[in-house]
Write a protein that binds this ligand. Sequence first.
Ligand code: ARG
Length: 493
Amino acid sequence: MAQKETKQATWGGRFRAPPAPLMAEFSESVSFDKALAPYDIAGSKAHARMLAEVGILTKAECDAIAAGLDAILAEIGQGAFMWDESLEDVHMNIEQVLTTRVPAAAKLHTARSRNDQVALDMRLYFRDVCDKISADVKNLMRVLVALAEKSRFIAIPGYTHLQRAQPVSAAHHFLAFVEMLSRDLARFEAVRSEANVCPLGSGAIAGTTLAIDRAFVARELGFVDENGEPRLTENSMDAVADRDAFLDFAHACAVTGVHLSRMAEDMILWNSSEFGFIYLPDAYTTGSSMMPQKKNPDCMELIRGKSARLQGNLHTLLTLAKGLPLTYNRDLQEDKPPIFDSFRQTSLCLRVMAGALGHKDTHLVPEKCAAAVADHLLLATDLADHLVRSGVPFRRAHHVVGALVARAVESGIQLGLLPEAEIAALTSAISARVEPFQHFSEADAAAVKKALEGDAWRKVFDLAKALSVREKPGMPGPREVEKRLAHWKEQLG
Ligand code: ARG
Protein backbone atom coordinates (compact mmCIF):
# COMPACT_ATOMS: atom_id res chain seq x y z
CA MET A 1 0.00 0.00 0.00
CA ALA A 2 1.37 3.39 -0.97
CA GLN A 3 1.66 5.62 2.08
CA LYS A 4 1.73 9.35 1.71
CA GLU A 5 4.02 10.98 4.26
CA THR A 6 1.70 13.96 4.44
CA LYS A 7 -0.14 15.47 7.34
CA GLN A 8 -3.69 14.23 7.72
CA ALA A 9 -5.68 16.77 5.76
CA THR A 10 -8.83 16.87 7.90
CA TRP A 11 -7.50 16.66 11.43
CA GLY A 12 -3.78 17.26 10.81
CA GLY A 13 -3.73 20.82 12.14
CA ARG A 14 -2.96 19.75 15.69
CA PHE A 15 -0.19 17.34 14.68
CA ARG A 16 3.52 17.87 13.91
CA ALA A 17 4.01 14.44 12.30
CA PRO A 18 1.90 12.23 10.03
CA PRO A 19 0.72 8.81 11.19
CA ALA A 20 3.32 6.05 10.95
CA PRO A 21 2.69 3.92 7.87
CA LEU A 22 1.90 1.00 10.15
CA MET A 23 -0.64 3.09 12.08
CA ALA A 24 -2.20 4.28 8.83
CA GLU A 25 -2.52 0.71 7.61
CA PHE A 26 -3.93 -0.33 10.97
CA SER A 27 -6.53 2.39 11.27
CA GLU A 28 -7.86 2.67 7.74
CA SER A 29 -11.39 1.47 7.10
CA VAL A 30 -11.88 2.65 3.53
CA SER A 31 -11.00 -0.82 2.25
CA PHE A 32 -14.39 -1.95 3.55
CA ASP A 33 -16.46 1.13 4.41
CA LYS A 34 -16.27 2.34 0.80
CA ALA A 35 -19.42 0.22 0.48
CA LEU A 36 -21.14 3.11 2.27
CA ALA A 37 -20.32 5.64 -0.46
CA PRO A 38 -23.86 5.91 -1.92
CA TYR A 39 -25.32 6.55 1.54
CA ASP A 40 -22.53 8.94 2.50
CA ILE A 41 -23.13 10.95 -0.65
CA ALA A 42 -26.90 11.02 -0.19
CA GLY A 43 -26.34 12.20 3.39
CA SER A 44 -23.87 14.90 2.34
CA LYS A 45 -26.22 16.24 -0.33
CA ALA A 46 -29.06 16.50 2.17
CA HIS A 47 -26.75 18.13 4.72
CA ALA A 48 -25.60 20.66 2.10
CA ARG A 49 -29.20 21.51 1.18
CA MET A 50 -29.92 22.11 4.86
CA LEU A 51 -26.81 24.30 5.21
CA ALA A 52 -28.05 26.35 2.25
CA GLU A 53 -31.51 26.56 3.77
CA VAL A 54 -30.14 28.08 6.99
CA GLY A 55 -27.76 30.39 5.12
CA ILE A 56 -24.41 28.71 5.83
CA LEU A 57 -23.97 27.83 2.14
CA THR A 58 -25.13 29.90 -0.81
CA LYS A 59 -27.43 28.27 -3.33
CA ALA A 60 -24.54 28.25 -5.85
CA GLU A 61 -22.18 26.60 -3.37
CA CYS A 62 -24.77 24.00 -2.53
CA ASP A 63 -25.37 23.23 -6.21
CA ALA A 64 -21.64 22.94 -6.89
CA ILE A 65 -21.25 20.54 -3.95
CA ALA A 66 -24.18 18.43 -5.10
CA ALA A 67 -22.87 18.27 -8.67
CA GLY A 68 -19.40 17.36 -7.41
CA LEU A 69 -20.84 14.60 -5.22
CA ASP A 70 -22.87 13.24 -8.14
CA ALA A 71 -19.73 13.13 -10.27
CA ILE A 72 -17.86 11.24 -7.54
CA LEU A 73 -20.71 8.76 -7.18
CA ALA A 74 -20.61 8.13 -10.93
CA GLU A 75 -16.82 7.61 -10.82
CA ILE A 76 -17.18 5.17 -7.93
CA GLY A 77 -19.81 3.31 -9.93
CA GLN A 78 -17.43 3.03 -12.88
CA GLY A 79 -14.53 1.95 -10.67
CA ALA A 80 -12.65 5.11 -11.66
CA PHE A 81 -12.50 6.74 -8.23
CA MET A 82 -9.05 6.57 -6.59
CA TRP A 83 -9.51 5.44 -2.99
CA ASP A 84 -6.65 6.52 -0.75
CA GLU A 85 -6.11 4.51 2.41
CA SER A 86 -4.07 7.31 3.97
CA LEU A 87 -7.35 9.23 4.15
CA GLU A 88 -8.68 6.62 6.57
CA ASP A 89 -12.27 6.15 5.61
CA VAL A 90 -14.98 6.62 3.03
CA HIS A 91 -16.09 9.93 4.56
CA MET A 92 -12.70 11.62 4.31
CA ASN A 93 -11.91 10.18 0.90
CA ILE A 94 -15.03 11.66 -0.60
CA GLU A 95 -14.72 14.99 1.19
CA GLN A 96 -11.05 15.42 0.26
CA VAL A 97 -11.50 14.72 -3.43
CA LEU A 98 -14.59 16.91 -3.50
CA THR A 99 -12.73 19.79 -1.87
CA THR A 100 -9.93 19.66 -4.46
CA ARG A 101 -12.60 20.08 -7.15
CA VAL A 102 -15.17 22.29 -5.43
CA PRO A 103 -13.64 24.85 -3.03
CA ALA A 104 -16.98 25.41 -1.28
CA ALA A 105 -16.83 21.78 -0.08
CA ALA A 106 -14.51 23.04 2.67
CA LYS A 107 -17.79 24.21 4.29
CA LEU A 108 -19.55 20.86 3.94
CA HIS A 109 -18.44 19.48 7.29
CA THR A 110 -19.96 22.45 9.13
CA ALA A 111 -22.01 21.24 12.12
CA ARG A 112 -21.19 17.63 11.33
CA SER A 113 -18.82 15.00 12.70
CA ARG A 114 -17.83 11.66 11.29
CA ASN A 115 -19.53 10.29 14.39
CA ASP A 116 -23.01 11.39 13.37
CA GLN A 117 -22.09 10.90 9.71
CA VAL A 118 -21.24 7.21 10.17
CA ALA A 119 -24.36 6.72 12.31
CA LEU A 120 -26.39 8.28 9.49
CA ASP A 121 -24.74 6.23 6.74
CA MET A 122 -25.41 3.01 8.56
CA ARG A 123 -29.04 3.91 9.20
CA LEU A 124 -29.48 4.56 5.48
CA TYR A 125 -27.64 1.30 4.79
CA PHE A 126 -29.93 -0.67 7.13
CA ARG A 127 -33.07 0.72 5.48
CA ASP A 128 -31.72 -0.38 2.14
CA VAL A 129 -30.45 -3.85 3.04
CA CYS A 130 -33.52 -4.65 5.13
CA ASP A 131 -35.60 -4.00 2.01
CA LYS A 132 -33.28 -6.20 -0.05
CA ILE A 133 -33.29 -9.07 2.44
CA SER A 134 -37.06 -8.80 2.85
CA ALA A 135 -37.39 -9.24 -0.90
CA ASP A 136 -35.10 -12.31 -0.72
CA VAL A 137 -37.16 -13.76 2.14
CA LYS A 138 -40.41 -13.18 0.26
CA ASN A 139 -38.99 -14.79 -2.85
CA LEU A 140 -38.04 -17.91 -0.89
CA MET A 141 -41.48 -17.96 0.72
CA ARG A 142 -43.03 -17.93 -2.77
CA VAL A 143 -40.84 -20.85 -3.84
CA LEU A 144 -41.88 -22.81 -0.75
CA VAL A 145 -45.56 -22.02 -1.29
CA ALA A 146 -45.26 -23.26 -4.88
CA LEU A 147 -43.59 -26.47 -3.67
CA ALA A 148 -46.30 -26.86 -1.04
CA GLU A 149 -48.97 -26.43 -3.68
CA LYS A 150 -47.39 -29.16 -5.83
CA SER A 151 -47.10 -31.53 -2.88
CA ARG A 152 -50.59 -31.11 -1.42
CA PHE A 153 -51.42 -34.74 -2.06
CA ILE A 154 -48.11 -36.26 -1.05
CA ALA A 155 -48.08 -37.58 2.50
CA ILE A 156 -44.84 -38.08 4.39
CA PRO A 157 -43.99 -39.07 7.92
CA GLY A 158 -43.53 -36.13 10.26
CA TYR A 159 -40.64 -36.71 12.67
CA THR A 160 -39.91 -36.06 16.30
CA HIS A 161 -36.52 -37.15 17.66
CA LEU A 162 -35.87 -37.99 13.99
CA GLN A 163 -38.18 -40.99 14.55
CA ARG A 164 -41.32 -41.40 12.50
CA ALA A 165 -44.10 -39.71 14.44
CA GLN A 166 -47.33 -38.94 12.57
CA PRO A 167 -48.26 -38.46 8.92
CA VAL A 168 -48.46 -34.97 7.44
CA SER A 169 -48.73 -33.69 3.93
CA ALA A 170 -45.43 -32.52 2.45
CA ALA A 171 -47.26 -29.22 1.90
CA HIS A 172 -47.73 -28.83 5.65
CA HIS A 173 -43.99 -29.38 6.12
CA PHE A 174 -43.08 -26.76 3.49
CA LEU A 175 -45.62 -24.34 4.96
CA ALA A 176 -43.93 -24.74 8.35
CA PHE A 177 -40.85 -23.22 6.71
CA VAL A 178 -43.01 -20.39 5.36
CA GLU A 179 -44.25 -19.59 8.86
CA MET A 180 -40.65 -19.46 10.12
CA LEU A 181 -39.66 -17.10 7.33
CA SER A 182 -42.66 -14.86 7.96
CA ARG A 183 -41.27 -14.18 11.44
CA ASP A 184 -37.88 -13.37 9.91
CA LEU A 185 -39.60 -10.92 7.62
CA ALA A 186 -41.18 -9.20 10.62
CA ARG A 187 -37.75 -8.96 12.27
CA PHE A 188 -36.20 -7.25 9.24
CA GLU A 189 -39.16 -4.89 9.01
CA ALA A 190 -38.66 -4.00 12.68
CA VAL A 191 -34.95 -3.30 12.15
CA ARG A 192 -35.82 -1.07 9.21
CA SER A 193 -38.20 0.93 11.34
CA GLU A 194 -35.69 1.16 14.19
CA ALA A 195 -33.03 2.44 11.79
CA ASN A 196 -35.41 4.98 10.28
CA VAL A 197 -34.54 7.80 12.69
CA CYS A 198 -32.15 10.61 11.73
CA PRO A 199 -29.03 11.10 13.91
CA LEU A 200 -27.55 13.99 11.90
CA GLY A 201 -27.06 17.11 13.98
CA SER A 202 -25.72 15.13 16.93
CA GLY A 203 -22.26 16.22 15.84
CA ALA A 204 -19.35 14.53 17.55
CA ILE A 205 -21.23 14.17 20.85
CA ALA A 206 -22.92 17.43 21.89
CA GLY A 207 -24.57 18.81 18.78
CA THR A 208 -23.48 22.20 17.45
CA THR A 209 -23.68 25.89 18.27
CA LEU A 210 -24.73 26.65 14.70
CA ALA A 211 -28.35 27.27 13.75
CA ILE A 212 -29.02 24.05 11.82
CA ASP A 213 -32.40 22.51 10.98
CA ARG A 214 -32.42 18.84 11.93
CA ALA A 215 -35.99 18.23 10.81
CA PHE A 216 -35.16 19.54 7.33
CA VAL A 217 -32.37 16.95 6.85
CA ALA A 218 -34.55 14.19 8.25
CA ARG A 219 -37.31 15.01 5.75
CA GLU A 220 -34.82 15.23 2.89
CA LEU A 221 -33.59 11.73 3.66
CA GLY A 222 -37.01 10.19 4.25
CA PHE A 223 -36.58 9.75 8.00
CA VAL A 224 -40.29 10.29 8.59
CA ASP A 225 -43.13 8.48 10.30
CA GLU A 226 -46.34 7.32 8.64
CA ASN A 227 -47.71 10.87 8.84
CA GLY A 228 -44.65 12.32 7.15
CA GLU A 229 -43.36 13.81 10.42
CA PRO A 230 -39.57 13.79 10.81
CA ARG A 231 -38.08 11.19 13.14
CA LEU A 232 -35.03 12.54 15.00
CA THR A 233 -32.79 10.87 17.57
CA GLU A 234 -33.52 12.40 20.97
CA ASN A 235 -30.10 12.43 22.61
CA SER A 236 -26.88 13.41 20.85
CA MET A 237 -24.73 11.18 23.07
CA ASP A 238 -26.91 8.14 22.53
CA ALA A 239 -27.11 8.87 18.81
CA VAL A 240 -23.35 8.59 18.22
CA ALA A 241 -22.84 5.67 20.62
CA ASP A 242 -25.92 3.58 19.80
CA ARG A 243 -25.31 0.37 17.85
CA ASP A 244 -28.63 -1.32 18.63
CA ALA A 245 -29.75 -1.52 15.01
CA PHE A 246 -26.47 -3.32 14.27
CA LEU A 247 -27.22 -5.88 16.97
CA ASP A 248 -30.82 -6.29 15.88
CA PHE A 249 -29.89 -6.64 12.22
CA ALA A 250 -27.18 -9.21 13.04
CA HIS A 251 -29.70 -11.00 15.27
CA ALA A 252 -32.32 -11.06 12.52
CA CYS A 253 -29.68 -12.51 10.16
CA ALA A 254 -28.55 -15.07 12.73
CA VAL A 255 -32.12 -16.28 13.36
CA THR A 256 -32.82 -16.43 9.64
CA GLY A 257 -29.60 -18.43 9.36
CA VAL A 258 -30.82 -20.87 12.00
CA HIS A 259 -34.10 -21.28 10.12
CA LEU A 260 -32.32 -21.83 6.82
CA SER A 261 -29.96 -24.28 8.47
CA ARG A 262 -32.86 -26.32 9.82
CA MET A 263 -34.48 -26.35 6.38
CA ALA A 264 -31.15 -27.36 4.88
CA GLU A 265 -30.82 -30.20 7.35
CA ASP A 266 -34.27 -31.54 6.41
CA MET A 267 -33.38 -31.33 2.73
CA ILE A 268 -30.04 -33.10 3.32
CA LEU A 269 -31.88 -35.93 5.08
CA TRP A 270 -34.65 -36.08 2.48
CA ASN A 271 -32.06 -36.15 -0.29
CA SER A 272 -30.13 -39.07 1.23
CA SER A 273 -30.63 -42.57 -0.22
CA GLU A 274 -32.02 -43.58 3.16
CA PHE A 275 -34.97 -41.17 2.84
CA GLY A 276 -35.04 -40.41 -0.88
CA PHE A 277 -38.03 -38.04 -0.51
CA ILE A 278 -36.60 -35.27 -2.67
CA TYR A 279 -34.54 -34.97 -5.83
CA LEU A 280 -32.12 -32.03 -5.88
CA PRO A 281 -30.93 -30.76 -9.25
CA ASP A 282 -27.43 -31.11 -10.68
CA ALA A 283 -27.20 -27.33 -10.80
CA TYR A 284 -27.09 -27.06 -7.00
CA THR A 285 -25.19 -30.24 -6.11
CA THR A 286 -21.54 -31.17 -6.54
CA GLY A 287 -19.47 -34.28 -7.13
CA SER A 288 -16.55 -35.93 -5.40
CA SER A 289 -13.00 -35.75 -6.72
CA MET A 290 -12.52 -39.41 -5.88
CA MET A 291 -15.86 -41.23 -5.69
CA PRO A 292 -17.47 -41.15 -9.12
CA GLN A 293 -20.96 -41.99 -7.87
CA LYS A 294 -21.28 -39.04 -5.49
CA LYS A 295 -23.77 -36.23 -5.87
CA ASN A 296 -23.63 -34.14 -2.73
CA PRO A 297 -26.16 -31.56 -1.47
CA ASP A 298 -23.41 -28.95 -0.95
CA CYS A 299 -25.82 -26.04 -1.37
CA MET A 300 -27.63 -27.17 1.78
CA GLU A 301 -24.46 -28.02 3.67
CA LEU A 302 -23.01 -24.58 2.96
CA ILE A 303 -26.21 -22.91 4.13
CA ARG A 304 -25.98 -24.95 7.33
CA GLY A 305 -22.32 -23.98 7.69
CA LYS A 306 -22.79 -20.30 6.98
CA SER A 307 -25.40 -20.05 9.72
CA ALA A 308 -22.49 -20.52 12.18
CA ARG A 309 -20.83 -17.46 10.70
CA LEU A 310 -23.98 -15.38 11.11
CA GLN A 311 -24.08 -16.28 14.79
CA GLY A 312 -20.40 -15.38 15.07
CA ASN A 313 -21.06 -11.95 13.60
CA LEU A 314 -23.78 -11.27 16.17
CA HIS A 315 -21.45 -12.37 18.93
CA THR A 316 -18.66 -10.13 17.62
CA LEU A 317 -20.97 -7.10 17.77
CA LEU A 318 -22.32 -7.87 21.22
CA THR A 319 -18.79 -8.19 22.56
CA LEU A 320 -17.60 -5.11 20.69
CA ALA A 321 -20.25 -2.90 22.27
CA LYS A 322 -20.43 -4.29 25.78
CA GLY A 323 -17.63 -2.47 27.61
CA LEU A 324 -17.53 0.84 25.77
CA PRO A 325 -17.88 4.06 27.75
CA LEU A 326 -20.15 6.65 26.18
CA THR A 327 -19.90 7.78 23.49
CA TYR A 328 -18.05 7.05 20.25
CA ASN A 329 -14.89 4.97 20.54
CA ARG A 330 -12.77 3.90 17.61
CA ASP A 331 -13.51 0.26 18.47
CA LEU A 332 -16.82 0.93 16.75
CA GLN A 333 -15.11 1.04 13.37
CA GLU A 334 -14.98 -2.76 13.75
CA ASP A 335 -18.79 -2.84 13.65
CA LYS A 336 -19.03 -2.76 9.86
CA PRO A 337 -17.28 -5.91 8.57
CA PRO A 338 -19.57 -8.28 10.52
CA ILE A 339 -22.64 -6.37 9.35
CA PHE A 340 -21.58 -6.34 5.70
CA ASP A 341 -20.79 -10.05 5.95
CA SER A 342 -24.12 -10.90 7.60
CA PHE A 343 -26.01 -9.04 4.90
CA ARG A 344 -24.15 -10.65 2.02
CA GLN A 345 -24.22 -14.18 3.41
CA THR A 346 -27.85 -14.06 4.53
CA SER A 347 -28.93 -12.75 1.17
CA LEU A 348 -26.87 -15.42 -0.61
CA CYS A 349 -28.23 -18.23 1.56
CA LEU A 350 -31.81 -17.10 0.94
CA ARG A 351 -31.22 -16.90 -2.80
CA VAL A 352 -29.42 -20.24 -2.98
CA MET A 353 -32.19 -21.97 -1.02
CA ALA A 354 -34.74 -20.44 -3.40
CA GLY A 355 -32.60 -21.36 -6.40
CA ALA A 356 -32.23 -24.99 -5.33
CA LEU A 357 -35.81 -25.58 -4.18
CA GLY A 358 -37.34 -23.53 -6.99
CA HIS A 359 -35.29 -25.26 -9.71
CA LYS A 360 -37.33 -26.89 -12.45
CA ASP A 361 -35.71 -30.28 -11.78
CA THR A 362 -36.34 -30.26 -8.03
CA HIS A 363 -39.20 -32.56 -7.10
CA LEU A 364 -40.48 -34.86 -4.40
CA VAL A 365 -40.25 -38.60 -5.13
CA PRO A 366 -43.82 -39.83 -4.52
CA GLU A 367 -42.94 -43.57 -4.37
CA LYS A 368 -40.35 -43.00 -1.65
CA CYS A 369 -42.70 -40.81 0.35
CA ALA A 370 -45.54 -43.31 -0.04
CA ALA A 371 -43.36 -46.21 1.11
CA ALA A 372 -42.24 -44.34 4.23
CA VAL A 373 -45.70 -43.10 5.17
CA ALA A 374 -47.28 -46.54 4.68
CA ASP A 375 -45.89 -47.50 8.10
CA HIS A 376 -48.98 -48.08 10.27
CA LEU A 377 -47.08 -47.12 13.40
CA LEU A 378 -47.47 -43.50 12.31
CA LEU A 379 -51.16 -43.88 13.13
CA ALA A 380 -50.76 -45.57 16.52
CA THR A 381 -51.92 -42.34 18.20
CA ASP A 382 -55.01 -42.31 15.96
CA LEU A 383 -55.81 -45.83 17.21
CA ALA A 384 -55.52 -44.58 20.79
CA ASP A 385 -57.93 -41.75 19.85
CA HIS A 386 -60.30 -44.41 18.46
CA LEU A 387 -60.28 -46.14 21.87
CA VAL A 388 -60.89 -42.78 23.56
CA ARG A 389 -64.00 -42.32 21.41
CA SER A 390 -65.29 -45.62 22.89
CA GLY A 391 -64.80 -44.26 26.39
CA VAL A 392 -61.30 -45.58 27.22
CA PRO A 393 -59.30 -43.03 29.25
CA PHE A 394 -56.37 -41.83 27.11
CA ARG A 395 -53.66 -43.15 29.49
CA ARG A 396 -55.26 -46.61 29.33
CA ALA A 397 -55.69 -46.39 25.57
CA HIS A 398 -52.01 -45.48 25.21
CA HIS A 399 -51.10 -48.64 27.14
CA VAL A 400 -53.35 -50.89 25.06
CA VAL A 401 -52.03 -49.55 21.76
CA GLY A 402 -48.47 -49.76 23.10
CA ALA A 403 -49.03 -53.47 23.71
CA LEU A 404 -50.39 -53.90 20.16
CA VAL A 405 -47.43 -51.98 18.73
CA ALA A 406 -45.04 -54.28 20.58
CA ARG A 407 -46.81 -57.30 19.06
CA ALA A 408 -46.74 -55.76 15.59
CA VAL A 409 -43.02 -54.98 15.83
CA GLU A 410 -42.18 -58.43 17.23
CA SER A 411 -44.15 -60.26 14.57
CA GLY A 412 -43.24 -57.94 11.69
CA ILE A 413 -46.92 -57.41 10.86
CA GLN A 414 -48.42 -53.96 10.17
CA LEU A 415 -50.35 -52.71 13.20
CA GLY A 416 -53.70 -52.58 11.41
CA LEU A 417 -53.28 -56.10 10.03
CA LEU A 418 -52.67 -57.92 13.31
CA PRO A 419 -54.72 -61.15 13.25
CA GLU A 420 -57.98 -61.39 15.14
CA ALA A 421 -56.42 -63.94 17.53
CA GLU A 422 -53.87 -61.36 18.72
CA ILE A 423 -56.66 -58.89 19.45
CA ALA A 424 -58.71 -61.52 21.31
CA ALA A 425 -55.65 -62.50 23.39
CA LEU A 426 -55.10 -58.89 24.33
CA THR A 427 -58.69 -58.12 25.27
CA SER A 428 -58.89 -61.23 27.48
CA ALA A 429 -55.59 -60.28 29.17
CA ILE A 430 -57.11 -56.87 29.89
CA SER A 431 -60.35 -58.36 31.22
CA ALA A 432 -58.26 -60.60 33.52
CA ARG A 433 -56.27 -57.52 34.66
CA VAL A 434 -52.96 -59.31 34.14
CA GLU A 435 -49.76 -57.21 34.10
CA PRO A 436 -49.49 -54.51 32.79
CA PHE A 437 -53.27 -53.99 32.81
CA GLN A 438 -53.82 -54.42 36.57
CA HIS A 439 -55.03 -50.82 36.99
CA PHE A 440 -57.82 -51.14 34.41
CA SER A 441 -61.34 -50.89 35.76
CA GLU A 442 -64.07 -53.16 34.55
CA ALA A 443 -65.49 -50.29 32.54
CA ASP A 444 -62.07 -49.64 30.93
CA ALA A 445 -61.78 -53.30 29.93
CA ALA A 446 -65.29 -53.30 28.48
CA ALA A 447 -64.64 -50.11 26.53
CA VAL A 448 -61.42 -51.54 25.06
CA LYS A 449 -63.21 -54.71 24.03
CA LYS A 450 -65.95 -52.71 22.35
CA ALA A 451 -63.46 -50.47 20.53
CA LEU A 452 -61.51 -53.43 19.15
CA GLU A 453 -64.54 -55.43 18.06
CA GLY A 454 -64.97 -56.07 14.36
CA ASP A 455 -63.01 -54.16 11.71
CA ALA A 456 -63.96 -50.55 12.55
CA TRP A 457 -60.64 -49.94 14.34
CA ARG A 458 -58.71 -51.07 11.24
CA LYS A 459 -60.18 -48.15 9.26
CA VAL A 460 -57.99 -45.86 11.38
CA PHE A 461 -55.13 -46.86 9.09
CA ASP A 462 -56.70 -45.32 6.00
CA LEU A 463 -54.11 -42.57 5.46
CA ALA A 464 -56.27 -40.18 3.44
CA LYS A 465 -58.96 -40.39 6.07
CA ALA A 466 -56.44 -39.92 8.87
CA LEU A 467 -55.35 -36.65 7.29
CA SER A 468 -58.87 -35.51 6.46
CA VAL A 469 -59.91 -35.62 10.12
CA ARG A 470 -57.21 -33.15 11.13
CA GLU A 471 -58.99 -29.99 10.16
CA LYS A 472 -58.81 -27.77 13.24
CA PRO A 473 -56.78 -24.54 12.85
CA GLY A 474 -53.11 -25.17 12.22
CA MET A 475 -53.53 -28.89 11.54
CA PRO A 476 -52.31 -30.76 8.44
CA GLY A 477 -55.77 -31.66 7.07
CA PRO A 478 -56.15 -30.93 3.35
CA ARG A 479 -58.73 -28.16 3.84
CA GLU A 480 -56.62 -26.42 6.47
CA VAL A 481 -53.54 -26.66 4.26
CA GLU A 482 -55.58 -25.32 1.34
CA LYS A 483 -56.63 -22.34 3.49
CA ARG A 484 -53.09 -21.58 4.53
CA LEU A 485 -51.90 -21.88 0.92
CA ALA A 486 -54.55 -19.38 -0.15
CA HIS A 487 -53.52 -17.07 2.69
CA TRP A 488 -49.86 -17.06 1.67
CA LYS A 489 -50.59 -16.74 -2.01
CA GLU A 490 -52.63 -13.64 -1.27
CA GLN A 491 -50.00 -12.23 1.09
CA LEU A 492 -47.11 -12.81 -1.27
CA GLY A 493 -48.87 -11.74 -4.45
N1 ARG B 1 -14.20 5.32 10.16
C1 ARG B 1 -14.83 5.65 11.39
C2 ARG B 1 -15.77 4.52 11.82
O1 ARG B 1 -16.13 3.76 11.00
C3 ARG B 1 -15.65 6.87 11.24
C4 ARG B 1 -15.81 7.63 12.51
C5 ARG B 1 -14.52 8.17 12.93
N2 ARG B 1 -14.69 9.02 14.05
C6 ARG B 1 -13.63 9.40 14.80
N3 ARG B 1 -13.88 10.15 15.80
N4 ARG B 1 -12.40 8.99 14.52
O2 ARG B 1 -16.11 4.39 12.97
